[in-house]
Design a binder for this molecule. Structure first.
Ligand code: CIR
Length: 257
């Protein structure tokens, strides 16, 4: 299978309240909203350079985490599965995304007691890997299984250890190759793919965004960048410091259609 492709990317602005986002880092590492906006702008520009048309949603100050739009919906064929995010302060973020997607996709929704964050969902061809995390529960995974069965997709639950989301520790690079941070999930789930292992000291680099023939990587992780390039992929590094402070990364900032 070749690298993932897309025509559109849903992105959502960084709210004034972003400094209050959910985060687990050092208390003093408060995200700088102005710098986060600059980094977000560069992210958007890069997606456009990669031939994605942006579908923009305004930031909402009521939701400090709303720029992490990936968590609000997953796209499977003609369907948009609107999630129920597993963090209470974020549940309302999905409404604006649902409104935007309804003219393009058939909308279905995760129902309570299911909770699911898009960051836990990794699609590779017909396989949909879903992390069982503190945010995503087995009820939601069963709902996704039922919803996608008819379209021929196979759902694989993946138990996680010490990771916010599945895509914090495993992402798809393309050409049947995954980027993994060892020790955080059962790697046997991904045995059918080539694996690029991220060195422990570059853990944050395990989240990359591969689209339209290029792999966007976080800047400042030279070993991982080199490992990806050695496999023949073209990379573009982006500064992500302010999203890292908010426990988010490259895939979190868009939904690719
Ligand atoms: C959160 O804890 O929900 C946000 N601060 C970070 C979400 C990152 N999203 C993602 O990895 N898909």
């Amino acid at each position: 299978m070749k690298t993932p492709t897309g025509k559109h990317a849903v992105v959502r602005g960084v709210p004034d309240t972003y400094y209050k986002c959910i985060r687990t880092g050092k208390p003093e590492d408060v995200p700088d909203v102005t710098l986060a906006r600059r980094q977000h702008q560069e992210y958007c520009r890069t997606l456009e350079k990669l031939k994605l048309e942006l579908l923009r949603i305004d930031a909402d100050d009521a939701y400090p985490d709303c720029c992490f739009v990936e968590d609000t919906a997953i796209i499977v064929a003609s369907m948009a599965i609107v999630t129920r995010i597993g963090a209470e302060s974020r549940v309302g973020e999905s409404a604006a995304v649902k409104e935007l997607l309804q003219s393009r996709k058939e909308i279905v929704e995760i129902e309570p007691p299911g909770t699911l964050d898009g960051g836990d969902v990794l699609r590779i061809g017909n396989n949909i890997y879903i992390g069982k995390s503190a945010r995503t529960n087995t009820d939601a995974i069963s709902q996704v299984k039922r919803l996608v069965k008819e379209c021929g997709f196979n759902v694989v639950p993946v138990r996680l250890k010490d990771a916010l989301h599945l895509k914090s520790v495993v992402t798809y690079v393309g050409d049947d190759t995954v980027l993994t941070l060892p020790g955080h999930c059962d790697e046997k789930c991904f045995a059918e793919y080539e694996r690029i292992r991220v060195p422990k000291e570059e853990a944050y680099a395990a989240n990359c965004l591969s689209v339209n023939g290029t792999v966007i990587v976080s800047d400042g992780y030279p070993m991982t960048k080199r490992l990806i390039e050695n496999e023949g992929f073209r990379t573009i590094p982006l500064q992500m410091s302010e999203f890292r402070k908010g426990d988010g990364s490259l895939t979190c900032l868009s939904i690719i259609l």
